[in-house]
Design a protein around this ligand. Structure first.
Ligand code: ZN
Length: 247
């Protein structure tokens, strides 16, 4: 499965709360880049809260570098916004920041967090992207860039899923991309989520592969990433993403 051939390259933009959230759709981003399209990773924060001991400023610098390395692996552009980790406000002003980002980047496809998330930043990002995607299409709402209509919006980590992308050819790149976020995958996520003895948590490479195999099983390929179409509703969403709609 390949992205739909088109004379004009598509632009797919992921918007995550923190550096490393883009890993949920990293195989899909890599698919697009490999097919000659453009991908941009946007993060709302530089991730200044995701560590047990490192000072926040130092952590932000480290995670900004990790995000840049990850984007290079995926062949994606990177845009780091400066909201504060664990304090992303669900305000109109914050949505308007994203309106201008979307109008500047002019994506065909946007992928972001699903609404049912444990981290408040993930829920806030989902809400803000949902608002901004609509607001950015209003010509009379003035900002630094002209209005833009985003073609499709998908949620990752969304619980119920209806859209699957075959990442069999890019799982290795996804794993390499995750390894760039060393402060998270080798440190914070292990300690915070599973305890210092890992709590029986397998290596992240194993977890990523098992999760991709789980989604792959659901759509009849070896490895997949799973999404929920926010707009338009599946299966109308199929033309732009290389998908198998769940049956
Ligand atoms: Zn996050």
């Amino acid at each position: 499965m390949e992205p739909t051939p088109s004379d004009k390259p598509l632009h797919v933009v992921s918007i995550g709360a923190h550096p490393d959230d883009e890993i949920s759709c990293a195989g899909t981003l890599a698919n697009y880049v490999r097919a000659g399209h453009r991908a941009t990773v946007v993060t709302m924060t530089r991730g200044g809260m995701g560590h047990m001991t490192l000072p926040s400023g130092e952590l932000k610098r480290l995670r900004s570098e990790e995000a840049a390395a990850c984007a290079r692996v995926l062949g994606a552009d990177l845009r780091l916004l400066d909201f504060e980790d664990s304090a992303i406000p669900e305000t109109r002003d914050a949505a308007l920041v994203l309106v201008d980002v979307l109008r500047e980047l002019r994506p065909d496809v946007v992928i972001t967090h699903g609404p049912e998330q444990r981290h408040p930043d993930h829920r806030a990002t989902c809400r803000l992207v949902s608002d901004a995607y609509y607001l950015c299409s209003l010509p009379l709402l003035q900002s630094a860039h002209p209005w833009h209509g985003v073609g499709e919006v998908y949620f990752f980590d969304a619980g119920e899923t209806d859209t699957y992308v075959d990442i069999t050819d890019t799982l290795e790149l996804k794993t390499q991309a995750a390894a760039c976020h060393r402060s998270q995958y080798e440190d914070w996520l292990v300690v915070h989520d599973a305890g210092v003895d890992r709590g029986g948590l397998p290596d992240f490479r194993v977890r990523l592969r098992e999760r991709a195999a789980f989604h792959g099983h659901r759509c009849g390929v070896r490895y997949a990433e799973a999404f929920r179409a926010y707009w338009p509703r599946a299966p109308k969403a199929a033309p732009l993403l290389p998908v198998n709609a769940a049956s």
